[in-house]
Design a protein around this ligand. Sequence first.
Ligand code: M6R
Length: 606
Amino acid sequence: MCGIIGINSNKPVSATIINSLKKLEYRGYDSAGIATLSSGLINEIKSEGRVDNLEKNSLVQNMEGTIGIGHVRWATHGSPNSINAHPHSSQNVSVVHNGIIENSTLLKKFLVSKGHKFKSQTDTEVIVHLITENLKTENIVSSIKKTLKSLHGSFALGIIFKDQPDLIVGARRGSPLAVGYGPNENYLGSDSYALKSMTNKITYLNDGEFCVIKKDQVEFFNEEGIKINKKVLEVSSEEKKYEKGDYKHFMAKEIEEQPTTLKNGINEYLDNSNNNINIYNFPWKTKDISSITLVGCGTAYHSCLMAKYWFEEITTMDVNVDIASEFRYRKNRFKKETLYIFVSQSGETADTYAALDLCKKNGMKTCAVVNVVESSIARESEFVLPIHCGTEIGVASTKAFLGQILILYIFSLKLGLLRNDLKKDVFIQKLKDLKELPKLVKQTLLTDNKIQTITKTFNEAKGSMFLGRGFSYPIALEGALKLKELSYVHAEGYPAGEMKHGPLALIEEGMPVVVLAPRDNHYKKTISNMQEVIARGAKVLLITNKSKDEIVSENIWETIEVESTNEDLLPFLLTIPLQKLAYYSALKKGFDIDKPRNLAKSVTVE
Ligand code: M6R
C-alpha cells in the first residue's frame, strides 16, 4: 500500500509533489521518490525512509519540470531501499504504483526475453517495461489499454512519458485513485486528502478505468479504451491543520483527546431534548433486518467484536463478525435480511473494501462506520455512520477505536429500541450513563505514573498475555495489538477461560499478564483464571473498576482501577490504561511511536 501523486502544471511541480507526499505518508513510509520531465528527459530521484529524507536531497530542491509524479512506499516486493523505491523508469516511461502485480514473475520472463533489463526487485518495474514495449507499436491510449489487460492483481498507477510533455496517465484496478482539477493544472492522487490543498473538485476513477491528464483537460476511458464521461464532485474544501501541539507524539495527543472526541460523537447522535438517538435517512425498515454481520481489520475488527457483544446483549438479532481478509474469500451465505457493517477508520483498507464490494455485488444491505467520510468505503456503502473523531495520525489507532465502538454501541441501542428489544426506560438510563462517559474517560486518563513504572517489565519479558471475558475480551485483544505494534514485543490477547486449553503452558516465572476483570457478570470467573496464572508464576497487572468491595485475591503484582459506570461502558474505560501501556513501553524503548516499523496507517493492499 503506497501513495501516489501526479501534477501537470505550467509551474514547477516538485515542491508541491513533496508537500502532497507528506500527506500520503500514512499509506507508507519505507521510501519515497519523485520523477519530473524537463528538457525532454525523465529525472528520477528516490530515497530510503521518510519524505523528509527525499526533501533534504539538494537535487530535489533544484528539480525542474512542470509535470511530475511522486510516491511513498510500503514495500511488498523487494526490500525498502532506494533502488526499489518508486518511480521506476525506462528511458521513455516513468511509473508510480500502489498495489500488487500478481503475475509479475511471468511478465518479467517475457520482457527479459525481449531484451528488457530490470534494475529493481519490484513487481512494478514490469509495468514500465510493458508500456515501453507496447509503445513500440501502439499509441498512448492503446498501449495503456493493452498493458492493463496483461496485468493481474491490483493497481493505481501514475505514468509520465519522455515524449509527452503535457500528459500524465492514471489507471485504477482495486486501489483507489482520484483526479483533481485546478486553474491551468490538473492532478492525480491516491485520495482527495492529498489533493485538498490544491483543489476541492474531484473525480474518482472506478475499477478498470484510466485517464489522460493534460494541463487544461482530463479524458476518461473504460477498460476497452472507449471514452467515457465522469462526474466532477465538490468535496469539502476545509483543510484542517492537525498539529501535535505540545505533545511529543500524535498518539499521546490522540489518547488525551478521547474525552472530546467521545463528546463530539455523543452530541452528533444523541437527541437530548427527546431522550432519543438521531440516525437520519436510515434506508431500511428495521423489520427487514434480523441479523448483522460486522467486518473489519486489526483494531477495526476488535471494534466489530466488541459490537457483537453489545448487539447480542441489547437486541435479539443474530450477530456475526469477520476479519475482512477471511470474509472476502469464504463461501458466505448472503442473506437479504442481514445488514453488513464495514468498520474502518481510513475507509480505504483494501480487504474491507473488497468485502464491501462482494456484498454489494450480492445485493446486500451495506453500512459503513468510518472516520474519513470521503473515503472509498464511505462512498460505496449505502449508509454511513461517521465516527466524528477528527484526523487520526498515529498509526496505532486510539481515538478511532473508541469512536468506532461508541457509534456501534449507539447503533445497538437504537436498533434495540426500534425492535422493542430494549424497554424505553432502560434505553433512557443507558443514554444518561452514556452522556457521563467523556467525563469518566477524562478521569481514567489521570492514571499515568503507575503505568509508566511498569512498562519496564513488559519490555524486558519474552512476551505477555492480555486476558478478559465477555465485554473485556475484545479489549484484551486490542491491548495486546497495541503493545506489539508499538513496542515490538510479543503480546497475545486471550479469552481468560481459554487459557487452560493450551496457552497456560506459556506462563512462566515473572511473565507479565494483564487481566481485565471489571466488576461485571464475569468478575468472579476471571479472578479465578487470574489465580491460575499467578499460581504458575505470572506477574499480574489487574485492571478493574473502582468499587467499595475489596479485591479478594492475593499476590497480584499491580492493580489499576478505572472509574465505575454501567457494564456496557466499562470497555471504554478499560481501554485507556492499555493504550498508555503501549505508548509508554514504546517511549521507553525510543521507538518511532507515530510510525512503527513495517506498518502504515492505511493498508491499501491485500
Ligand atoms: O483504517 P482501518 O480502520 O480500516 O484500518 C484497519 C487496521 O489496519 C488498523 O486498525 C490497524 O490494525 C491499526 N494500526 C491498529 O492500531
